[in-house]
Design a protein around this ligand. Structure first.
Ligand SMILES: O=C(O)[C@H](O)[C@@H](O)[C@H](O)[C@H](O)COP(=O)(O)O
Length: 295
């Protein structure tokens, strides 16, 4: 059978940051239940930046099987784990320190290798191989969920536009010495890993993200790193945005609900597209009024 093309991105928008945070928490917990039922554990990768704060809804959630979580990091700065530039550190402060995931299931870089970026990346890749080799016969690891942010130039993890790292096909983890923003020296999961998961989930909030979110979702042909995260079947990509971040985007938003497979993602996209088309027509013909009409 020829490989199926990736399903269209599922785009959820929320009226406020609090609603997004709660919905995201419900979504992660549902994905966790699903993964534990099917595979006995929940393997998740986290990103640096505002994401950690948007995971606050997970704290205090009931029925979470924290002992089944295996936590990795999409990218990491070559800095001590106590540095505020560290992905681990930012997620630890606002999320990981507040939930009972066994420390041995939180997989950080080896800080004794900070002096050698290549070794740092190789060692992290070995951790992934050690974790996935037994359960996964595929060429790349299959995370249950990869949580991502969108940077100002359309970068994600430490994959920056126009950088040669974007063409990496073999390594699972690679390194970058010249990141154009933030800490220069980092390691990062490569694009094949990000596009090989069950669920890639971007979380974007705030007005300053609006122009870039428009580019990523409405002009994917520009090939910016975030647009390239299109997991192959059975994988899916989801976008969680607040109304501010979504304000310049024409891509049709889907009503928030659980979407489990390619077919459901395609149907949701088609329904959203039609709903949006109808709305535009109504607005054009002036049928939609926002308040009482005096006759
Ligand atoms: O190391 C990094 O810089 C991140 O991995 C990066 O890809 C981040 O996720 C985005 O820049 C979004 O960051 P914000 O959500 O904080 O804007």
């Amino acid at each position: 059978m020829p490989p199926q093309p990736p399903a269209p991105p599922v785009f959820y928008t929320f009226k406020s940051n609090d609603i997004l945070v709660d919905s995201l928490a419900n979504f992660v917990v549902k994905a966790q239940r699903d993964a534990v039922d099917k595979r006995g554990k929940f393997t998740i990768a986290l990103s640096r930046g505002s994401l950690a704060a948007n995971l606050r809804g997970l704290v205090g959630q009931e029925n979470v099987q924290w002992d089944k979580w295996e936590v990795f990091f999409c990218d990491e700065a070559a800095v001590p784990l106590s540095s505020e530039d560290s992905n681990y550190h930012s997620n630890y402060l606002s999320f990981l320190s507040t939930v009972p995931i066994p420390p041995s299931q939180i997989h950080t870089i080896d800080p004794s290798l900070l002096g050698d970026l290549e070794e740092l990346a190789d060692e992290y890749e070995k951790q992934l191989i050690g974790h996935f080799a037994a359960s996964n016969a595929a060429r790349y690891p299959t995370f249950d969920m990869i949580l991502l942010g969108m940077g100002p130039d359309g970068e994600t993890a430490s994959l920056f536009p126009g950088h040669e790292l974007l063409t990496e096909r073999d390594a699972w983890v690679s390194y970058i010495e010249d990141a154009p923003r933030g800490p220069k020296a980092r390691i990062t999961m490569t694009l094949p890993v990000l596009t090989h998961c069950y669920r890639a989930v971007f979380v974007v909030t705030g007005t300053e993200k609006a122009p870039m979110l428009h580019k990523i979702l409405d002009e994917p042909e520009a090939g910016l790193p975030c647009s390239r995260v299109r997991p192959a079947a059975p994988g899916l990509v989801f976008w969680f945005a607040d109304t501010e971040a979504a304000s310049e985007t024409a891509y049709p938003p889907t009503k928030f609900r659980w979407i489990d497979n390619q077919k459901e993602a395609e149907e949701a996209f088609e329904a959203a597209r039609k709903r949006k088309e109808r709305r535009v027509k109504e607005e054009e013909s002036g049928e939609e009024e926002s308040g009482p009409i005096r006759l």
